[in-house]
Design a protein around this ligand. Structure first.
Ligand code: SF4
Length: 237
């Protein structure tokens, strides 16, 4: 007698559970391997809550680095506090650019408008590089579907002197949303307003239907990444 074909929904559900188990196992393996020398870097952006929740389910004391550039949306800063409290992260670290350097290199706080590479170098790349000095490995929430520039990312990559782990590399937007709903996690308040990718306020705009999810980042500039994932073209790097 011929067996009936499994329901599509059941297959999708199993696929999502397998993906979640694998992502959690990847984080657990990284924690076991690197211990206190492992950090997670989060923008607390549109999809960040899923990776943070997964990591907290493994160990809520994994250090979480949030790059506080000083140019974030107020909604993002409020979301950081909301998610930290809800998930129970016990080691959230705010990474900030040195005040003296900001006053010297961006005294009018308008560098993003004419030199975003330099601004990211000042406010993101260098502060994160300094903060990562005490770590051997870091976890990133990058996903392949987010942009053409991310299509080739691997689960585990070399990143200069460190190892970078991308537990959600092969997750889709639907996987992310299914997880968020399954665990009743709060959405970044700007996401339903047309922002599928959220960075600093001056460099984030709404995205139209059919556009790349990161099309709203640095709109008008030939720039697709902030520089923390590869060597920036900015000054001095
Ligand atoms: S995203 Fe924009 S405001 Fe933020 S650091 Fe980069 S250039 Fe500056």
């Amino acid at each position: 007698m011929q067996q009936s074909r499994p329901e599509h929904a059941a297959l999708a559900g199993l696929g999502q559970r397998v993906a979640r188990a694998r992502a959690a196992a990847t984080i657990a393996e990284a924690r076991a391997t690197y211990g206190d020398r492992l950090a997670l870097v989060s923008s607390f952006g549109a999809d960040s809550v899923v990776l943070l929740h997964l990591a907290a389910s493994v160990d809520p004391s994994i250090p979480v680095l949030f790059i506080d550039t000083g140019r974030h949306f107020a909604e993002t800063l409020a979301y950081v506090d909301e998610v930290r409290t809800l998930i129970g992260l016990t080691d959230l670290r705010r990474v900030r650019p040195p005040r003296a350097e900001v006053e010297q290199r961006d005294p009018r706080e308008d560098r993003a408008s004419y030199d975003p590479d330099g601004c990211c170098d000042l406010r993101k790349t260098r502060p994160l590089e300094a903060a990562l000095g005490e770590f051997d490995a870091w976890i990133s929430g990058r996903k392949r579907f987010q942009a053409q520039s991310r299509e080739g990312i691997e689960l585990v990559e070399g990143d200069g002197p460190r190892v970078k782990i991308n537990p959600l590399a092969d997750w889709t937007g639907a996987d992310i949303e299914a997880y968020r709903i399954a665990f009743d996690l709060p959405q970044h308040p700007l996401k339903p307003q047309g922002y599928p990718s959220i960075g600093c306020a001056p460099c984030t705009s709404k995205v139209a239907e059919g556009e790349d999810p990161r099309a709203g980042r640095w709109r008008g500039f030939d720039k697709t990444e902030c520089g923390i994932h590869f060597i920036n073209a900015g000054e001095g790097i």
